[in-house]
Design a protein around this ligand. Structure first.
Ligand code: MYR
Length: 186
């Protein structure tokens, strides 16, 4: 097969580099999960560990997110959820998600992911049926939101690796800690 030589457009080079990066990221994540399964043996322990790793990433990633996205304070949790789905997922995973299933008081919703690069090439064996393969994502969201004063519980409701049609993450706002104004008004 002949390889084309000569100039290529910047876009073509950029997209092939991006694709390789995305594949490397996906394969690296898979290797981490596989190693955790080997080391910890119990699927529940792997779920916990992935969540904790995600949390540790989330508490750091929020600074980069706020700096790069220019997102300012959200007026309410509804706006926050939209920002996560449309801006956060795009920035860090290259895909967007949708927000649905709001409860009456606007403190609980579902984030739906139809496309999830973390699971490209992934098929779970029967021994891993209880595994929440993408649990790192729930931890990232929980950690990031905690840094902007929102205590949340993030739970997987649907998972394509378990045969569901989409990925669905339920995000529940447990507590919003008001940020204290650091100066005294005279
Ligand atoms: C605010 O009201 O202070 C802004 C809150 C914005 C929170 C955005 C959190 C982004 C989390 C990114 C998750 C990416 C998952 C891959």
């Amino acid at each position: 097969m002949s390889r084309s030589v000569g100039p290529r457009s910047g876009d073509a080079i950029f997209s092939s580099v991006e694709r390789v990066n995305a594949e490397l990221f996906t394969l690296t994540y898979g290797a981490i999960v596989r190693q955790l399964l080997t080391d910890l043996e119990e699927v529940d322990e792997v779920n916990k560990q992935l969540d904790q790793m995600g949390y540790n990433i989330g508490i750091r990633l929020i600074d980069e997110f706020l700096a790069k996205s220019n997102v300012t304070r959200c007026v309410d949790f509804k706006e926050t959820a939209e920002v996560i789905a449309k801006v956060g997922f795009k920035m860090f995973l290259g895909v967007t998600a949708s927000v649905t299933n709001w409860d009456a008081d606007g403190t609980c919703c579902s984030i739906i992911l139809e496309d999830n690069p973390l699971v490209d090439f992934v098929e779970l064996p029967d021994t891993c049926q209880g595994l929440y393969y993408c649990n790192i994502l729930s931890g990232v969201i929980r950690g990031a939101l905690e840094m902007v004063s929102m205590k949340t519980e993030v739970t997987w409701i649907r998972d394509m690796l378990r045969g569901d049609d989409v990925f669905e993450l339920q995000v529940k706002l447990l507590k919003q800690v008001p940020e204290e104004y650091p100066y005294k008004d005279d």
